[in-house]
Write a new protein. Structure first.
Lengths: 477, 338
């Protein structure tokens, strides 16, 4: 008996290989069943959606696939594309430089490109303070800059010099990332000089004004405090700008080095959008912070002024501000004053954005528990120290999504300047391109081109804000 | 309406406050550059080309004025103005002269305190329809949907026309010319109305121009011309007579090519006065005696400018029509230069 049992007994000596789950419970089929065909309602919706997508693709895809890149006019595009029709991307190929640079002189394209590249160098310490990420960013930008210059600029010395400059900046950012803050501080003057040209001494003389301000502040602050120091420093700088700078620029203005001057009316396209957008973004943040603090201040005058400013600006549409900039201001200025239209627009757009930023930051301030303020007081910090060390870092962190969406909105709003006759990429340049009899009647292609670029920029800003939120997240880990 | 009242008030304020400088001519000479208010881009009339050089029918007049005043057609800066900003830009002194296909109307002349000094193009509002609609006259458009740009005089003219003829229509309002064309081609409206010159340009660039017709009715008068500020008569005269010089040149057969030869050989007293060979017409206006010669040499005479930018040989292909010289049955007539 025991023998037979021993013969028939089966003892598994090894584990069975695991079976795959049933075919309906795994892989793509499971995913489809769970996500697309769970129940008859979901199935019906899926089928309808697929149908819609199919119909959309069916009508749009030939237009995209049949695009024409080489033609000299819309009529030629139509002939090449044949009866089924197709996108006429040739217009982008022929006029892309106007969408990017407006009427900036073609032999000086290296200047806005360099200014654009340096913008990232200047941003790197702000975006990634003390991190090697900044160096990666600068490295990428440097390679792209040199490549685009090699394609666009035929002057080899420019390309080589800029390549060397970018390499030096990359090395600095790799070895001592924090040193790049000096580039950030100098950037506005460098960019101004690169874009508008003229003698280098003009921005240098303007820069000296800030030197005066810092010097006076250093002298006065220990004796009279932060506010008096700032105020007197500012007044001294204003005095310098109004009365002394003219003499300096007058004396040095004709001396080299200088770049060929470029008039504001030659700016256009994305160059204009960036000049307005970036300036307004950088200037509106500090102004907005001050306004938010002013609105929460106990001092009646400051509080009233801040509230009045914010509510007035927020109550008026941006278009009204732009019309004010372009039409009304001219009446209040002395005749024959040539107050640059771009400058006027930048100032008003900055004020507009500052009012919104102020409210976003006030939201961040309101979200801070009272204990934080009390803790700052208990430590014996004065008002500005408390703001700088305790309140603002937390309030700004909370406000990041709001601030970035205000910036994105501001950047897209730069297209509204077409209403005052400036060449914004969306409408201004497109109108000029369409005024050419060769391209009259073109409709979607310019919009798609400009829209894609806007999307890339705004998407980039939004991804960066998500990264920043992750990096600064200190709670609930 | 409100907007124009507002702009009018602003313009009037500027005038009474005396912000506009005393003499535009002195300003232009001192600056060495003419500031010419132009379109933000209108096919054939004024737009920058691929290299940023402004070209067009209106642009050529600006260049002629610059040549007359400063002796160089290149010494002009074009300031793009929109339909909203154009008159304020002129009134506030941002531009010296506005040549931007602006219609001469009573209220613009009187209420806005501007002066229309000439008519360089007689336009009128027309209709374009698809051929298969089977319509041959605008009066048959009863019940039609019409694409129309908002905020223009054409919108008011359209309402007047349909009301007068006791027929009905449904307006489809659009923002600009390209959108109107897109809507019209997509079938959102039966007819598309704007200035006849604009219709011709649109039709010329369509994929199938033979399937679209421009109806014979012209329902409004649109005299387009250069505008200057009210009150500076000397400057107004300079612009007006620069324009007339171009007309006289066409009448006398003076072209860009033969101008030197004519100046040297002509015995016609008016031609000799025009080209500064005798008399001192320029001095009377505060200009050089070569003013008209320079103006004509800039882009040629009126007929040459017309042909080069919008005439029959261009894709726009406008006929001279009302804009022919008076000697050929048109309305373009210059007073005698003496």
């Amino acid at each position: 008996m025991s023998d037979t049992r021993a013969e028939t007994a089966f003892i598994r000596t090894e584990m069975l290989a695991p079976e795959l789950p049933p075919v309906t419970e795994r892989g793509i089929i499971k995913w489809l069943r769970e996500n697309l065909f769970a129940g008859w309602l979901n199935s019906a919706l899926t089928i309808v959606s697929l149908l819609v997508v199919f119909l959309l693709l069916k009508s749009a895809l030939p237009w995209w696939l049949n695009g024409v890149w080489n033609a000299t006019s819309l009529g030629e595009c139509r002939t090449i594309a044949g009866p089924e029709g197709g996108a006429c991307w040739a217009v982008i190929k022929a006029r892309w430089h106007q969408y990017i640079f407006g009427f900036y002189p073609q032999d000086a394209y290296w200047r806005p490109i360099l200014a654009f590249a340096l913008m990232f160098v200047a941003l790197a310490p702000v975006l990634y303070y003390g991190l090697r990420n900044g160096a990666k960013l600068i490295g990428t930008v440097a390679v792209l800059t040199v490549l685009s210059l090699a394609l666009l600029d035929h002057d080899v010395t420019h390309v080589v010099l800029i390549a060397v400059l970018m390499a030096v900046l990359f090395a600095v950012s790799w070895i001592a990332p924090k040193r790049l803050v000096y580039v950030t501080l100098l950037y506005p003057f460098v960019a101004f000089w690169l874009l508008w040209g003229g003698s280098v001494w003009k921005p240098v003389a303007t820069l000296l004004g800030f030197g005066v301000m810092v010097l006076v502040y250093r002298l006065i602050q220990p004796r009279l405090g932060v506010i008096m120091g700032t105020a007197i420093g500012f007044l001294a700088a204003c005095f310098y700008w109004l009365f002394v700078q003219g003499i300096i620029t007058g004396a040095l203005g004709s001396l080299p080095p200088g770049l060929a001057g470029v008039n504001s009316d030659q700016f256009g396209g994305f160059l204009l959008a960036f000049v307005i957008g970036v300036t307004a973004i950088t200037c509106s943040l500090p102004i907005g912070i001050l306004l938010a603090l002013g609105r929460r201040s106990d001092m009646v005058l400051i509080k009233t002024l801040s509230v009045g400013f914010i509510e007035f600006i927020r109550g008026v549409p941006l278009i009204t501000m732009l019309f004010t900039a372009s039409l009304l201001l001219q009446y209040f200025l002395p005749p024959q004053t040539n107050f640059d239209l771009i400058l006027r627009v930048v100032i008003l757009v900055t004020l507009f954005a500052a009012a919104y930023i102020a409210e976003v930051i006030r939201g961040g301030l309101a979200a801070l528990p009272r204990g934080q303020y009390e803790a700052a007081d208990a430590l014996g910090l004065d008002y500005w120290q408390a703001q700088r060390l305790i309140i603002m870092p937390q309030a700004l962190k909370i406000s990041i999504p709001g601030i970035v969406s205000t910036f994105i909105g501001l950047f897209k709003d730069t297209t509204l300047v077409s209403f005052v006759g400036l060449l914004d990429p969306l409408r201004g340049v497109t109108q000029i391109v369409r005024a050419d009899i060769n391209w009259k009647g073109i409709y979607w292609e310019p919009y798609i081109f400009v829209g894609v670029i806007f999307f890339l920029i705004c998407f980039g800003m939004s991804r960066y804000s998500m990264y920043l939120e992750q990096k600064l997240k200190t709670d609930h880990r | 309406m409100k907007k124009s009242v507002f702009l009018g008030v602003v313009a009037a304020t500027a005038m009474t406050a005396g912000f506009a400088s005393a003499s535009t001519l002195d300003d232009v000479k001192a600056r060495g550059e003419l500031l010419c208010g132009s379109n933000t881009g209108l096919t054939g009339f004024g737009a920058p080309d691929a290299n940023g050089n402004w070209v067009g029918f209106d642009v050529s007049l600006c260049r002629a004025v610059a040549a007359a005043v400063l002796g160089d057609p290149a010494k002009v800066k074009f300031v793009p103005t929109t339909g909203e900003t154009r008159f304020t830009a002129l009134a506030s002194g941002e531009v010296d002269l506005l040549v931007r296909n602006s219609t001469w109307t009573f209220s613009r002349d009187n209420d806005l305190k501007l002066d229309f000094v000439a008519v360089n193009y007689y336009d009128g509002q027309g209709f374009m329809v698809k051929k298969d609609l089977g319509v041959s006259s605008a009066k048959e458009l009863d019940g039609a949907t019409v694409c129309i740009q908002t905020g223009t005089t054409t919108e008011l003219n359209l309402a007047d026309f349909f009301k007068f003829n006791n027929i009905s229509y449904t307006p489809v309002t659009v923002q600009d010319d390209s959108e109107a064309q897109r809507q019209y081609l997509a079938g959102a409206c039966d007819a598309y109305t704007t200035d006849a010159s604009g219709l011709a340009a649109s039709r010329a660039t369509m994929a199938d121009p033979e399937n679209h017709i421009i109806l014979p009715e012209i329902i409004s008068k649109e005299p387009l011309g250069p505008v200057v500020r009210h009150g500076d008569n000397q400057w107004g005269d300079i612009v007006r007579w620069t324009y007339f010089a171009l007309l006289i040149a066409e009448e006398k057969g003076i072209t860009k090519a033969n101008i030197e030869e004519v100046a040297a050989s002509s015995t016609d007293p008016e031609v000799r006065r025009l080209l500064g060979v005798e008399g001192d017409s320029g001095v009377m206006m505060g200009l050089d005696n070569n003013w008209a010669k320079n103006a004509i040499a800039a882009n040629g005479n009126y007929g040459e400018i017309f042909e080069a930018n919008i005439g029959a040989s261009t894709p726009i292909g406008l006929a001279r029509g009302l804009n022919a010289l008076w000697t050929q049955g048109g309305l373009q007539y210059a007073p005698p230069l003496r």
